[in-house]
Design a protein around this ligand. Structure first.
Ligand SMILES: *Cc1c(COP(=O)(O)O)cnc(C)c1O
Length: 220
């Protein structure tokens, strides 16, 4: 199977309201270009430095998403061009994205990342932590970021019932945050969940955006 065929197959299996982010991390630029030529325009990367290199190598109409843990001191590298950051996990990071976005006269779309897995290694807010961010005066004064959804990663496991439960939990957080803080904002509408191994479950639980690498580009 080649990349174009993988993409074609995936697109056929995704409902029309679900956006596909092709996760190109660690893959050679030729592979990314192959996906580009097959019509893919949204790509996800999880390292700032690599993303800067990629951005310079690929055509200008690519929409770049940042999907990994983002260190505050790396925001400045991606702020000029990043379309969406899936992985906001602290108020400090959000404030830094705002600061750098302002320098470039941009408004950067961001998702709040929630912790839903059983693994300590994963990042993200609890609902109470997210509330304390959204209630803060600091957040209310940020004019160069816009929160447009939430993101989460399920546990790395074969236990489908557990994964389903975690995605269901995230979908619940999404509705909760939307009703408490964004009921008047149509722009808050994305639920980023689902990777190669679990995207059908994520979609069944309401995902609007899947982040898929291996199923397009092969094993890393
Ligand atoms: C690597 C990665 C993905 C894609 O994982 P695959 O299993 O290769 O589809 C999705 N989301 C995040 C946050 C990742 O780091």
């Amino acid at each position: 199977m080649n990349i174009a065929e993988n993409l074609e197959k995936l697109r056929k299996s995704l409902p029309g309201n679900v956006t596909l982010v092709a996760v190109s991390k660690t893959k050679p630029v030729a592979a990314v270009m192959e996906a580009y030529h097959a019509g893919q325009r949204i790509f996800g990367e999880n390292k700032a430095q690599e993303l800067v290199t990629r951005h310079a190598q690929l055509p200008g109409d690519v929409e770049w998403h940042f999907i990994g843990h983002l260190q505050t001191n790396k925001v400045k590298y991606i702020a000029p061009f990043i379309s969406l950051i899936h992985s906001i996990d602290s108020l400090g990071l959000l404030a830094e994205v705002n600061r750098e976005a302002l320098k470039h006269n941009r408004v950067i779309d961001c998702f709040l990342q929630f912790y839903i897995a059983t693994e300590e290694t994963k990042f993200g807010f609890t609902p109470d932590e997210a509330r304390s961010v959204l209630d803060s005066e600091i957040y209310k004064n940020l004019k160069n970021i816009r929160i447009t959804g939430v993101m989460g990663m399920s546990s790395f496991t074969d236990d489908e019932a557990l994964v389903r439960n975690e995605f269901r939990t995230l979908a619940g957080y999404f509705r909760l945050i939307r009703s408490e803080y964004f009921s008047k904002a149509d722009s808050f509408r994305e639920l980023s969940m689902g990777m190669s191994g679990d995207y059908p479950i994520a979609i069944a639980e309401g995902s609007t955006m899947v982040r898929i690498g291996t199923a397009i580009f092969g094993d890393r």
